[in-house]
Design a protein around this ligand. Structure first.
Ligand code: ZN
Length: 303
């Protein structure tokens, strides 16, 4: 067993598998519930908590996920409104966001009162305030640029090898930085980017344009595999993430690269190194993931 990496870095978690785990837990609880009231608790009104009053009286139709965002389409009881037009409640857990029916001791930001007989209060607790809990009117994704610019869902049918190839081909950026941008594919964060790249032996700093189509095909498979396996284990608990029922995820022990610096690579025995790529800490095996050749240093120009 190795030290919990949370002592070394507070990773901006949760990532997609953790959010998907939360989504699956919220679904049976929230689907079909009417929101009787929506209130800010220990929070200032602002873009992170926009339009929440509009949720009052509306019914939660589904609990969806897009990347690391939870999306709850709402049905308005107002007969004047077209049934196809729906507001969407958007929840982003940030680093420390928790959605729960249990009254938190502190740092509660949003409280929803729901109809029904049990679990009639939803509390959104967020210690570090990086999370968001807001309503998008008419579900207009343009109102949230991150959502509008996001690439395909990694586990959906439209995320094909071809789609990833189109997203990375010819790009100068380091492959890991490109993955974290959410544009070639949604929902890949620091942990799972490191894991997928380790699996396929691609160095995170490698410029995307240097990858062959075959490598991109392998990477596509690895991204899906690590995310799927982590969802099955209810995610990775590093620091604050908990499932709705307060359980910790079990994927932590299955990580091969992330958080393993100083330990032997599980594939070849070389010591895993921690490097910085695009200002994010990254975990690589220098043998399995050969670094890109350094560019020839330019001579300083004389003035
Ligand atoms: Zn190795």
């Amino acid at each position: 067993m190795w030290d919990a990496p949370c002592t070394k870095e507070r990773s901006p978690i949760p990532e997609l598998p953790e959010v998907e785990t939360v989504r699956r837990e919220l679904e049976p609880w929230l689907t079909g519930r009417r929101i009787l009231s929506a209130a800010l608790v220990d929070a200032q009104p602002g873009p992170k908590y926009a339009n929440l009053k509009h949720a009052e009286g509306q019914q939660i139709v589904r609990v969806d996920r897009r990347g690391k965002f939870l999306l709850l389409p709402l049905a308005s009881p107002d007969p004047q409104r077209d049934g196809t037009e729906r507001d969407v409640l958007v929840i982003h857990l940030g680093m420390t966001g928790v959605v729960t029916h249990v009254q938190p001791a502190a740092h509660e930001r949003v409280r929803l009162t729901l109809d029904g007989r049990d679990k009639t209060t939803l509390h959104f607790q967020d210690v570090r305030r990086f999370g968001r809990f807001l309503l998008l009117e008419e579900g207009n994704p343009a109102a949230l640029p991150t959502l509008a610019a996001m690439g395909p869902e990694p586990l959906a049918d439209d995320f094909t090898t071809e789609a990833l190839w189109r997203g990375v081909r010819g790009r100068e950026a380091a492959i890991k930085t490109l993955l974290l941008s959410q544009r070639p594919v949604a929902g890949v964060g620091n942990i799972y980017a490191d894991e997928a790249l380790w699996r396929v032996g691609i160095h995170p700093r490698r410029p995307a344009r240097q990858l062959t189509k075959k490598q991109v095909a392998h990477l596509h498979g690895a991204i899906r595999d690590v995310l799927q396996a982590s969802i099955e284990a209810q995610g990775t608990t590093l620091y604050d993430y908990r499932t709705v029922n307060g359980e910790v995820g079990a994927y932590l022990e299955k990580l091969d690269a992330y958080g393993h610096e100083g330990e032997p690579c599980r594939r070849c025995g070389t010591t895993i190194e921690r490097i910085v790529v695009g200002q994010r800490s990254s975990h690589v095996c220098p043998t399995c993931q050969r670094p890109p050749r350094a560019r020839r240093k330019q001579r300083p120009t004389r003035r």
